[in-house]
Design a protein around this ligand. Structure first.
Ligand code: ARG
Length: 571
């Protein structure tokens, strides 16, 4: 990518200047290349002269001029010592041809790390909630971005399928099943729904509020599950199976597939060993019958409860150790609600205290809350809102919009497909367009706005490109020289794609990919207002604009696919 070429050229110049004795010898800081906020400052810029001047006696300006003089390509020196570079028109044309040649491979990175990304991770026996929707969407985008950089990425859906809360559910179900025959029992467990399980669970909590005995009974039920009691296990298995079936419907609507779904229960067998190891290494401490881990700068974490039950914390230690052993990842990224950030800091620190891996190899990406104007979701179907209904609602609304703005020519099947892509894409984009940590607002008008910063706008621009491309043959490249400002700025944005994709992955920020795709779509529409493509003034101009259109379509499509959003050919 051009950013890397710029970086390498500067690095070579620095080494040369050192050899010539014009720059003091010593370790050179890493050259960092950024995209200036203001387009007038060029396509790329670096602050290397400012950083070097701290090591040498020279002023940043002097250092900047010194470096500029040693480079093959012209660069601008800007106050107080930035080096700015603009990519030449010739080079922009070469890059456009590269896009047409490499197609969906254009911009792919050559990193070769192994990365575990944990995302989605819903809790069984509960409905798939909005928080898990966010984790699924953001985690999938981060997964895609890492993979696009050439890394081997391993996705893991860490199902919440274990924990004392299952004691309550099991206790409730056992009460319902009391005195029932074997076949009645089977029938009940076969026909249980997630909604019913959630109801039973809530009911338990209402009753248990002032009832210590009931809470003890639930604890005992969980103990039986932990001890492997068959009939308890049967109930747990049924609730897991039923939940996964419902979750799968959501994943399939979302078009999401996660490589592994190990879940908390999977680690149950490792917990005793983990606790022993923590104790042996002298990190565990007894406290009122429970076992805890203390930290200098954080509250303690609970390793084992006073009743002997295992904890979420210990299961996460087991999970970390398993991942380290099984995949030997360069790093692990976990996407959950931001409220779990302390928990993960405790886990990551303990992993380091145990000597398993460095804390720096673990990242928690925490997402903010989902807000709606009314405080909660509204769909057309009534009060108890299921996530599946929200997604179906999105598709239905998208269908109406497509109907209304009909570019025509879509048959019924295509219309349904496009509505699905636009509806689901809209929900995803709305989630990704802001930095994960921020709260987001759910507003239908915004999600499906064909004119605003939305998936639909970008998808529509892509389809517009495809419709033009369907009417003519696109040449492989063009040597057209009479390029307008609108065309130049489109070319400039196109060449920026590889770096933007890399930054989005490095910073765990799919939102950077959203803003990139949006500005590319805007630049294309701006160009399209000013220029005729198919009826251009000359054959050269037409060929060039077809190339530009094809390159834009490709990059819009790649950008959307990194976000997990499909790009219909027609809309
Ligand atoms: N199931 C958990 C929840 O819904 C999220 C799991 C997060 N991942 C982890 N490794 N603990 O709160």
């Amino acid at each position: 990518m051009i950013a890397d070429e710029f970086k390498e050229e500067i690095e070579e110049a620095l080494v040369l200047l050192q050899k010539q004795g014009k720059l003091s010898a010593g370790d050179l800081p890493e050259v960092e290349v950024e995209v200036p906020e203001i387009p007038e400052h060029g396509d790329y810029s670096t602050n290397i002269a400012l950083r070097l001047s701290k090591l040498t006696e020279q002023s940043p300006q002097e250092t900047a001029h010194l470096i500029a003089g040693a480079l093959k390509h012209p660069v601008q020196v800007a106050q107080p010592g930035f080096l700015n570079m603009s990519v030449s028109l010739d080079r922009l044309a070469v890059e456009m041809a590269e896009i047409l040649k490499q197609k969906e491979r254009y911009g792919k990175g050559s990193e070769s790390k192994k990365i575990v990304v944990e995302y989605s991770s819903p809790n069984i026996a509960k409905r798939f909630g909005i928080g898990h929707l966010r984790s699924t969407i953001i985690g999938q985008a981060i997964y895609n971005l890492f993979s696009f950089q050439g890394n081997r990425t391993i996705g893991d859906n860490h199902l919440g399928d274990w924990g004392t809360q299952f004691g309550a559910l099991i206790y409730q179900i056992e009460r319902v099943l009391e005195g029932k025959s074997d076949s009645e029992r089977k029938h009940f467990l076969l026909n249980l729904s997630v909604e019913e399980m959630e109801r039973l669970y809530t009911e338990f909590h209402l009753q248990a509020e002032n009832n210590e005995k009931l809470r003890d009974d639930a604890r005992a039920a969980f103990k039986r599950l932990e001890d492997g009691d068959t009939s308890t296990r049967e109930i747990w298995e049924a609730s897991r199976r039923i939940s996964l079936k419902e979750f799968d419907e959501i994943y399939s609507l979302l078009g999401v597939r996660i490589d592994h779904a190990l879940g908390e229960a999977f680690f149950e067998k490792d917990l005793t060993g983990i606790i022993e190891e923590v104790q042996k290494k002298g990190i565990a401490k007894e406290s009122q019958g429970a076992l805890i881990v203390e930290f200098e700068d954080m509250p303690p974490a609970m390793l084992r409860k006073s009743d002997g039950a295992s904890t979420y914390f210990t299961r996460d230690l087991a999970t970390a150790r398993y991942r380290l052993k099984k995949w030997e990842p360069d790093f692990v990224v976990i996407e959950t609600g931001a409220e779990q950030s302390l928990h993960f800091r405790q886990v990551f620190r303990t992993v380091e205290l145990l000597g398993w891996a460095k804390e720096e190899g673990f990242f928690h990406v925490g997402h903010g809350l989902y807000r709606t104007k009314e405080g909660k979701f509204s769909t057309r179907r009534g009060k108890t809102v299921q996530l599946k209904e929200v997604l179906e609602d999105a598709i239905e609304r998208a269908e109406e919009i497509i109907e209304g703005s009909a570019t025509g020519g879509l048959d019924e099947y295509e219309k349904k497909e496009v509505a699905r892509m636009v509806g689901i894409g809209g929900v995803k984009y709305n989630d990704l367009v802001q930095h994960p940590r921020k709260d987001i607002v759910f507003e239908w008008d915004r999600i499906l706005n064909l004119r605003g910063n939305s998936a639909a706008y970008i998808q529509y621009t892509h389809a517009r490109c495809q419709s033009i491309l369907g009417k003519a043959r696109t040449p492989r490249s063009s040597s057209y020289k009479d390029i307008s400002p609108a065309e130049t700025s489109l070319l400039r944005i196109l060449q920026g794609f590889p770096l933007q994709a890399r930054l989005a992955s490095q910073r765990f920020s799919p939102n950077l990919m959203c803003s990139y795709a949006f500005s590319l779509a805007q630049a294309y529409n701006h160009f399209y207002q000013q220029h005729r493509v198919l009826e251009a003034e000359s054959k050269e101009a037409k060929d060039f604009r077809l190339c530009l259109t094809a390159a834009t379509a490709q990059i819009l499509k790649t950008s959307l696919s990194l976000l997990g959003i499909e790009a219909p050919e027609r809309m």
